[in-house]
Design a protein around this ligand. Structure first.
Ligand code: ADP
Ligand code: MG
Length: 246
């Protein structure tokens, strides 16, 4: 249902993604793992088109966009595809001058033009889902990192995206606070939320991911079921990398 086909991304002379092909099943969780600088964040950003691929095809459901070097894809088409994704960042990136609930409402009101009352109702339901309804009117700066990330997850889910993209969602958090976020993501996964998540957190990945993609130096080295890839990887580079996480 989500397909990346032969995605290349070039920054100047630097070919950062070297033809990445990945298929993500609806309702599944895919973990992107691999060494720092391997292209995980860039790949996530190519799915929601925060980065425009140099070439390749991005498909989300029935919507597909094909990219060519020097080609021009209309902003409207990019916006339409992007709206089918939600993104959670390592450092939460909440709007500091908006309360928790206003953060969750923001996209619904400004992009989707929902009436405020309806947006507020949905935002509150989402805050409840992530265990943050009691902090609806709190400012981000007064929340712990784990709480901020839970609000950020609610915000990402607000427009009912087809896929939730998470870029190292627990790596800025102490273990205890990371656990809150792991629990919320685990709950979403069990409810059938489609997710793609870059992570170094083996606890997170092995708890909720069915599929693992090992990305190194811009190429997929190995991919497969989490149970197999974590315990019995085929490739030497994968083995070495998994050993560093344990
Ligand atoms: P990872 O998330 O796996 O650590 P990244 O996707 O962040 O890897 O980075 C992959 C490579 O792309 C790195 O060499 C990084 O320096 C480069 N890169 C990422 N974003 C940019 C950018 N906006 N401009 C130039 N180079 C970038
Ligand atoms: Mg990264």
């Amino acid at each position: 249902m989500i397909g990346l086909t032969d995605i290349e991304k070039r920054f100047g002379d630097n070919l950062v993604l070297k033809g990445v092909t990945v298929t993500i099943e609806e309702g599944s969780v895919t973990a992107l793992v691999g060494p720092s600088g391997g292209g995980k964040s860039t790949l996530l950003r190519c799915i929601n088109l925060l980065e425009i691929p140099t070439s390749g095809t991005v498909r989300i459901g029935d919507d597909a966009l094909e990219f060519h070097p020097g080609g021009k894809v209309p902003g409207r088409a990019i916006q339409r595809l992007r709206l089918q994704t939600g993104m959670v960042f390592q450092n939460f990136q909440l709007f500091p001058h908006r309360t928790a609930i206003e953060n969750v409402m923001e996209g619904l009101v400004t992009v989707l033009k929902w009436p405020t009352a309806r947006a507020r109702e949905r935002a509150l339901a989402l805050l409840e889902k992530v265990g943050m309804a009691h902090k609806a009117d709190a400012w981000p700066a007064t929340l712990s990192g784990g709480q901020q990330q839970r609000v950020a997850i609610a915000r990402a889910l607000a427009p009912s995206p087809k896929v939730l993209l998470c870029d190292e969602p627990t790596s800025a958090l102490d273990p205890e606070l990371a656990q809150e976020v792991v629990d919320v993501l685990g709950q979403l996964a069990s409810e059938g939320t489609t997710m793609v998540m870059a992570t170094h957190d083996l606890r997170l990945a092995s708890k909720i991911a069915q599929e693992v993609v090992f990305l190194d130096a811009g190429s997929v080295v190995e991919k497969g079921p989490a149970a197999v890839l974590f315990s019995n990887p085929e490739r030497r580079r994968t083995k070495q990398f998994i050993a560093t996480l344990k």
